[in-house]
Design a protein around this ligand. Structure first.
Ligand SMILES: Cc1ncc(COP(=O)(O)O)c(C=O)c1O
Length: 440
């Protein structure tokens, strides 16, 4: 009798996985708080919220109840010509807590589609106003905004996108204004903004996730947005990862003094329960699509746009996120991370420790450049799994992004693994012990 993992291996194709060399996947049959429970009963501590989506713990009873009620009330209805209570309520509640200039909500299916919608809104905003020549996007050289074609085009020209480079539209890349590089980046931005085609600037506010949890300050980002606005360039905050409390405040953009024109959300939107994306925009963008001319409408939509069950999950998760208890949990995790950062900062084997709210990243010093394909990656991954902890190192950068319900004791288990990774680096693991394959 084949195991579940063997049956999987016979029929499935996993994302970001070299199927020829990857070990069999770990079969998970249940989730409970910060834990994932395998078929054989082994419990794994989810240190990265299952690809950054989970906020309040797995199989949360409040979200489960709301989803179940919605399922037996209205499971789906097309969203052109029709509406339903949960879509309206979610949009109303979000606009209450988003930066004040955000006026409209457009639903889609995931983070990539939320980005696609924002890009299309920018292009058509200028098109509808008779300026189709304004069609160039500015973005950070190391950014990641998703895997669909538009999202890839505004993402780093790295290993993920290489086979598709010839088909990706041209963008203006600028460096990330990490501390010490601000003036240089502002000069790059000014040069890019001098081009008459400049239309939009898309960015991950404060933390570039996939780039390796690269962090930069709200002050410099605010200044960048100010300069964009002076040139009429629309600014898109991709809060797919940073949204819903990850960086401290509910949204990273709250720390800015200059507000984005559009925002993208997914991941934590439903508390990690169901796939959903949304794009919000300021009023002038929306009004640029209003006309007697039908051709000025936004021709974008997905069959499952504003799915009522996903909206119900998002409402239930939002209710939990807005409690004082959740704020206290996030503050507790941030404080624990800050203490751990102090402990590790400057130690041999550590290049840098970065933290923003509940996100902690340790950049180990492998004696070579920082890279997603660092040979340390697989060794670190295996060490975590052997310790019954789920982490997905970004090369030699290992980060924690735990569900907010993660307890002090559970955080200590995660920190212990990070300490052991440093020992491994210090002991100069011989190259022969480093697996050659990449299953990522
Ligand atoms: C900042 C950011 N934007 C967009 C995406 C794409 O989201 P999805 O994987 O839901 O398509 C991601 C995914 O990691 C992300 O981190």
């Amino acid at each position: 009798m084949p195991t579940l993992a063997e049956r999987d291996h016979a029929v499935l194709w996993h994302p970001y996985t070299q199927m020829q060399t990857a070990p069999l996947p770990i079969p998970i049959v249940r989730g409970e708080g910060s834990w994932l429970i395998a078929e054989d009963g082994t419990r794994y501590l989810d240190g990265i919220s299952s690809w950054w989506v989970n906020l309040h713990g797995h199989a949360h009873p409040h979200i489960a109840r709301r989803v179940s009620e919605q399922l037996s009330t209205l499971e789906h209805v097309l969203f052109a010509g029709f509406t339903h209570p949960t879509a309206v309520e979610l949009a109303e509640q979000l606009l209450e807590i988003l930066p004040q200039n955000q006026a409209r909500v457009f639903y889609s299916d995931n983070g990539s589609t939320a980005v696609e919608v924002a890009l299309k809104m920018v292009l058509q905003y200028f098109h509808n106003q008779g300026q189709p020549e304004r069609r160039t996007f500015l973005c950070f050289r190391d950014s990641y905004h998703g895997d669909t074609f538009g999202a890839m085009a505004v993402s780093s020209r790295g290993a993920f996108t290489q086979p598709f480079w010839p088909l990706l539209f041209d963008v203006e890349f600028i460096d990330v204004p990490v501390p010490g590089r601000e003036a240089e980046v502002l000069a790059q931005l000014d040069a890019a903004l001098a081009r008459p085609e400049a239309a939009g600037f898309i960015f991950e506010p404060l933390v570039l996730g996939t780039a390796g949890m690269v962090m930069y300050a709200p002050e410099i980002l605010s200044e960048m947005l100010r300069r964009c606005h002076q040139r009429g360039v629309l600014c898109i905050a991709d809060e797919v990862m940073t949204g819903f409390g990850r960086t401290g405040p509910l949204f990273a953009s709250e720390l800015l003094t200059e507000q984005p024109d559009m925002m993208c959300f997914s991941k934590g939107l439903t508390g990690g329960t169901l796939a959903m994306g949304l794009t919000t925009c300021a009023a002038p963008i929306y009004t640029a699509f209003l006309s007697d001319d039908k051709m000025k409408a936004l021709f974008h939509g997905h069959s499952y746009t504003a799915n009522p069950v996903a909206c119900a999950a998002a409402l239930a998760s939002l209710e939990l996120t807005r409690t004082e208890g959740c704020t206290a949990q996030r503050q507790r995790i941030a404080a624990a991370h800050a203490a751990f950062r102090q402990e590790m900062d400057g130690l041999p084997g550590i290049r840098q420790v970065r933290q923003q709210g509940t996100i902690l990243a340790v950049e180990y010093d492998p004696g070579e450049g920082t890279s997603y394909f660092s040979r340390l990656r697989d060794t670190f991954y295996q060490l975590a799994i052997d310790s019954h902890v789920v982490l997905r190192p970004l090369g030699n950068v290992v980060y924690l992004l735990p569900p907010y319900c993660t307890t002090h004791e559970e955080l200590e288990l995660l920190y212990a693994v990070l300490r052991r990774m440093r020992e491994l680096v210090l002991n100069h693991i011989p190259a022969a012990n480093l697996p050659e394959y990449l299953h990522d």
